[in-house]
Design a protein around this ligand. Sequence first.
Ligand SMILES: Nc1nc2c(ncn2[C@@H]2O[C@H](COP(=O)(O)OP(=O)(O)O)[C@@H](O)[C@H]2O)c(=O)[nH]1
Ligand SMILES: [Mg+2]
Length: 354
Amino acid sequence: MDRVEIMVGGGNGGDGVVSFRHEKFVPLGGPDGGDGGDGGSVHITADRSATTLDYFRRKRRFKAVSGRSGGKQKKHGAKGDDLVIKVPLGTMVFLKEDEQEVLLSDLSQQGQKVLVAKGGSGGLGNVHFATSRNQAPKIATKGEPGGEHRIVLDLKLIADVGIIGYPNVGKSTLLAAVSKARPKIADYPFTTREPALGVVEVGMKAFVLAEIPGLVDGAHLGRGLGHEFLRHAERTRVLLHVLDGRSPSIIDDMNNLNRELALYKPEMAQKPQVVVVNKVDLPEVQARLLEIRQLFSSLGIKAFFISAITKQGVSELISEIAKILEEVQEKGTGSEVPMAVFRPKPKVRRGKWI
Ligand SMILES: Nc1nc2c(ncn2[C@@H]2O[C@H](COP(=O)(O)OP(=O)(O)O)[C@@H](O)[C@H]2O)c(=O)[nH]1
Ligand SMILES: [Mg+2]
């Protein structure tokens, strides 16, 4: 989890102006002072070019541009530019007030935007204040200050790798074996609606692994799957397809699940898969290991044979996944998420923070 606190301020409204018409032969014309422009607002938007919240550790204050003052001849001051701050997809935006945090938005879609500070309204020029009694008003109002708020950005973990497979093949057990995640093992398959996440460390690197629940059989597909599920499912770059070594129809299992995947989420079926045969510690699986190996090699599929319980073959599997992730990242395939460095260039006025 990644979390930062920032301050955002809307631009101040420009001041209204006191001015009078100057015309030949008219020494003192009527009022013509224009209104100030509104200050710009601050928005936060989810953008794929942003991948972390690191930028906000160095820069914490953001202010939109103020409106300009009005002018003579009823000239309206220019509106201040809005400031749009880019954050990674999956960032939750909270408003912090009196140590309480209120969720403003969960920015999960590209381009999704939330207003976090409104610009102040521009002041009124004296042109508005002429009355029959006072035809030469020397009154104009000041622009309002922009709203300012304390905002907390919270970037939720997004899975790089998703574990798929039928119930009881050992998805949760595998996740628990390679990360600190403690998903419920042998849980009733429909109780989990959201993915269980764990961070897997491989040397100096790490990736996020998620057990993707819910892909059970046609009848249950897509039913009750939460927003979180979709968010993770869409963002994973590699799928770990876990099969139960005890199954008499292991190849059919694999094909059936892939078919369901393609029906439910075609983009997901396009993702690279690593095929894993689990539970090789069991004697009954040991007895057919050669047969299963031959099945896969006859199909030209490289399968990994592991035991999530004894961890046999697990570290080889993890290094292979780390390697694939690197390749996918270099090629830029398998994911729409570019690994670009986040360098927003917010327009911030020099000077005091209001
Ligand atoms: N013998 C053996 N049992 C396993 C292995 N992995 C998982 N199991 C058992 O299979 C059952 C289902 O495991 P779980 O991880 O909950 O499966 P999931 O539904 O795919 O998440 C549990 O009773 C686990 O203890 C394994 O490698 N070997
Ligand atoms: Mg499970």
